[in-house]
Design a protein around this ligand. Structure first.
Ligand code: HEM
Length: 492
């Protein structure tokens, strides 16, 4: 039968709202082959600890009330103790648990390691994902995400979870495969990824979930992220268990998580900008502009499509303006005066570039929208690293994105867009095809050769050879089940 209207108490909190991000631990685990039934019984004990979307939204309200109260009393707001827990499973984990229904997503079922050549991970042309860390090469069964406002809170919550599954080391039902700690960067870098750019600005709004949207922020249907809801390409009004284009009923209100362990070569990136400033400007501005044209936004978050020549920090932080652009100024579709065709934000959300190609579809971009929830990992760049221009300490982005269809979501953005030189399909002022090159941040291929055009607005057809600054060291595709599915299908 047609599913009941969406209840946010049923959906895990990271999917539609995002767990608190100050610090997050990603705990990847393997289920003990001989203790699967015991694990499923213990899972029932974990479920009450799982944070739902409804709870995250109510946290947000408490935090803003707390801030208002503090302002009213003329004091600085106290830090509310907040923690969040979510659990997700890989296909390997589902099979180990005896859940063998076809969930209807082939990319998920094959797993990310098998997908690494399609994603263009360097080296995969000649060998088997050479950069990947062993845990992801061997495969993991699931991941528990624990987040909080402090390391102390996360440690307490993790200890509680360990008490559930590790009842004595000799009879633990799960084993730790890998633990990665992500932390928002300190001080004024808060919210900025390690290259220095404000991140997490552009997210879709969801119909029936978010009451309002900011100018330029698009509403998508619930099924773009939740399985079984309208907009899921496998949505079937009858929602029966058998037949083509259907999902098992336990998949309703779950979502696929694409997790990538992305290392960033920050001193190397900064050195490149310093050595290749856009000519004709003061050197610092020339370097800054090159970085902004790589990303599509200045470090403050200001979009180059609105502010093409100078950063505008007030614009960067103004939610009523910082998403209100479509690469659709009169000159934008044919020239790169404002934004290179290959810029990271233009490749991964081409806005009018593809909507206009599909003028009959209300929004051709909708099915490619993802919900990004990543966080930074690793220390700040040290003085020695900055001086040598060489990375010594590992750092980067724990990329995490939800969608109902991995092919149209993360995989499409990486493979068909960022890695594809002739996307977006463009013609220049003379009508000749323009090959934009690769996304300078994440565009990659197995052979490792990268270049783009349009980095320099004064010389838009000049090709710029790009070193690699983002190195994927693994990841996995996971399924984040609804609370009812966890209770009825996953736990015993
Ligand atoms: C936007 C950085 C990896 C997809 C952004 C922004 C930054 C950024 C600074 C602009 C902020 C915003 O618009 O919210 C990075 C870095 C990465 C990385 C440093 C790797 C270390 C990825 C990957 C994907 C991706 C792997 C997907 C395949 C997106 C999308 C947007 C975005 C969809 C929003 C574009 C828009 O709606 O205008 N990223 N990103 N990013 N990124 Fe990434």
């Amino acid at each position: 039968s047609t599913p009941a209207p969406l209840d946010l108490n049923n959906v895990q909190g990271d999917i539609l709202a995002g767990l608190p991000k100050k610090t997050q631990t990603y705990f990847f685990f393997l289920i003990d082959e001989s203790r699967v039934q015991a694990f499923r019984r213990q899972l029932a004990t974990l479920i009450p600890l799982i944070t739902t979307t409804a709870q995250v939204f109510s946290h947000h309200e408490k935090i803003s009330q707390n801030k208002k109260d503090a302002v009213g009393r003329g004091v600085s707001p106290s830090l509310l103790k907040i923690s969040g827990v979510n659990i997700v499973f890989s296909q390997k984990g589902l099979v180990k648990m005896g859940i063998n229904d076809n969930i209807g997503d082939d990319v998920f079922r094959k797993g990310m390691l098998a997908d690494a050549p399609t994603l263009g991970d360097p080296g995969t042309a000649t060998s088997d994902s050479p950069d990947w860390v062993p845990a992801f090469k061997q495969g993991v069964d699931g991941m528990i995400l624990v987040s909080g406002e402090s390391h102390q809170t996360v440690a307490e919550t993790l200890a509680e979870i360990e008490r559930i599954f590790f009842v004595g080391a000799h009879c633990a039902t799960i084993h730790e495969a890998l633990r990665i700690v992500g932390d928002v960067r300190p001080g004024k870098e808060k919210g900025h990824e390690h290259f220095g750019f404000l991140d997490g600005i552009s997210q879709p709004a969801v119909r029936g979930v978010n009451a309002t949207n900011n100018p330029g922020q698009e509403f998508v249907r619930q099924g773009i992220t939740l399985l079984g809801r309208e907009g899921d390409d496998k949505f079937n009004a009858a929602f029966v268990d058998q037949g083509p284009n259907t999902r098992p009923s336990w998949a309703l209100d779950g979502s696929f998580l694409a997790f990538r362990y992305l290392f960033q070569l920050v001193p190397e990136f900064q050195t490149f900008l310093k050595r290749n400033p856009i000519a004709g400007l003061a050197p610092d501005l020339g370097s800054e502009l090159l970085g902004a044209r790589f990303v599509g936004r200045w470090m403050s978050g200001a979009p180059v499509d609105i502010a093409p020549t100078h950063d505008d920090p007030a614009l960067g932080k103004d939610a009523s303006r910082n998403n209100n652009f479509r690469y659709a100024f009169p000159d934008d579709s044919k020239t790169q005066d404002r934004c290179p065709f290959a810029a990271h934000t233009r490749k991964t959300n081409p806005r009018a570039d593809i909507e206009d190609l599909n003028a009959t579809t209300a929004n051709a971009n909708e099915k490619h929208r993802i919900f990004r929830r990543g966080v930074q990992f690793g220390p700040e760049v040290t003085a020695a690293e900055a001086a040598s221009g060489k990375t010594v300490h590992g750092r980067g982005l724990l990329f995490a994105a939800y969608q109902s269809n991995i092919h149209f979501g993360f995989q499409f953005l990486q493979n068909n867009w960022s890695n594809t030189a002739n996307f977006p399909p463009k013609t220049g002022p003379t009508g000749a095809a323009v090959i934009s090159g690769l996304d300078p941040l994440i565009g990659q291929n197995a052979a490792g050769a990268r270049s783009m055009i349009g980095a320099n607005p004064q010389s838009q057809s000049t090709s710029l050879t790009l070193p690699t600054w983002v190195v994927p060291k693994g990841g996995e595709y996971f399924f984040s089940p609804s609370i009812p599915a966890l209770k009825a299908t996953f736990a015993l």
